[in-house]
Design a protein around this ligand. Sequence first.
Ligand code: UDP
Length: 425
Amino acid sequence: MNSASQKHIALISVHGDPAVEIGKEEAGGQNVYVRQVGEALAELGWQVDMFTRKASADQAKIVEHAPNCRTIRITAGPEEFIPRDNLFKHAPEFVQQMLKFQQESGIEYELVHTNYWLSAWVGMELKKIQGCKQVHTYHSLGAVKYKSVSTIPLIAKTRLAVEKEVLETANCIVATSPQEQEHMRSLVSTKGNIDIIPCGTDIHRFGKVDQQQARQQLGINADTKVILYVGRFDFRKGIETLVRAVAQSQLRGKADLKLIIGGGSRPGQSDGKERDRIEGIVNELGMQDMTVFPGRLGDEDLPIYYAAADVCVVPSHYEPFGLVAIEAMASGTPVIASDVGGLQYTVVPEETGLLAPPKDNDAFAAAIDRILSHPEWRNQLGRAARKRVEDKFSWDGVATQLSELYVKLLEQPAVSPKDEAVATA
Ligand code: UDP
C-alpha cells in the first residue's frame, strides 16, 4: 500500500455487530462482511475501527480482533436488542457518541465506510460535520426489498430518502454485484458514483475438507443424498420453498434423502417464529425423519456441513449478494439458488449450479432432482464453483480492491464541510 498506510478508518455498522456470533437473531451476512473486510484491511496496513451499537449490558465496549482491528460498541438507546426497523431514532445519539469517542481518543477518521441505510445516515452526518470521505455498501435496498414484502414498515419513507441521498452524496457507493448496481440506477437515482466490488469468502477455510471426510465427521453415509440450507430463519429466505420442493422430489422413497436446515437461534429468540413455522411444515409433510435442524453452525462446523452436502440451496425471495452461495461454492458444492439479485452474479447456471424462479416449488424440485441424479455432473459443477470463487470472490482480493478505492478517495482533495454545504445548496 502507498501513503495511506496506517491511516485510521472507521467501518460503521449500527445494527450488524461484527463481533457477535453469526447465524442467529438478525446477525448474518452484514456482520460477516464488516468483520472480514475489517480484518483483511488491517492486514493491508490500515488502522481499522468498526463501530456498532451496544445491544446488551454484558457486551464488552471494545473487542480487539487482530492488531489494528477492533470493534467499538457505542451506547445509543437502551442497551438491549432493538429490531433494525426501530433503530433510526437512536442514530443521532450514535453520531454524537462517535464524535465524542474521536475527541477523547484523539483519532479522527478521514474515511468512513458505512453499511446499511442506518449507518449511511450516520456517515452522512459525520461527513457534514467533519468533512470525512464516505464509502457506502447498502447490503439491502429498500426499493427492491419493499417490492417483495406484503407489509411495508412505517420507517420505509425515511429509509428510501436516506438511500437516495447517500447514493447522490457519498464519495463512492460499493455495489456488490452488477445486478445491485442496476437496481440502484433504475430504482434509486441516476446520480452518484458506484464501483462494483463483490463480497468475498475465505477460500482457505472453505474447501479444506473433502466430502468423504466431512461425512465421516457428521456420521452421514456415503450414499445419502444431502440437501443443505444455511442461513437465518427469516421469511424472506424462502426456506418453505425448499422444504416443499424436497417433499415433492422424485427421489423421495427411492434414495436416502437428508435435508439439513442449518442456522437459527434457540426457541424463544427473535427468529423463533419462522423456525417454528418451518418445523410445522416439515411435520405436516411427514418429513421429520429426513430433516435435521442442527441450529447455529459455528466457524468450525460450517466448512464441514458445506463439504458434506451434495447440493446447497439458497431459495431467497430477494438476496442483495448471498454469502452462503459463495461459501458453498468455495467448498466444492454446487448451488441451486433463486434467480434474483446477487445470486444471478455468483451462480452461473449449468456451470456452477442452477437458478430457479423464487417461490417456485416445482422448479426447485426439478433442479434438486437433476443434480442429485447425476453425481458426475454434480462433481463437475462443484469443481467449477470452487474455481469461480477462487477467481472472483476471495476476501483478500476484495479487500485489496476496497483498499485501492480508499487510497484513491483519500488522495482526492478534501472538500470542507462548509464548501460542500454551499455546493449542494
Ligand atoms: N451463518 C453462520 N452460521 C449459521 C448460519 C449462517 O455462520 O448457522 C453465516 C453464513 O455462513 C453467512 C452469513 O451467516 O456468512 C449469512 O450471510 P448471507 O449473505 O447468506 O445472508 P444474510 O444473513 O446477510 O441475509
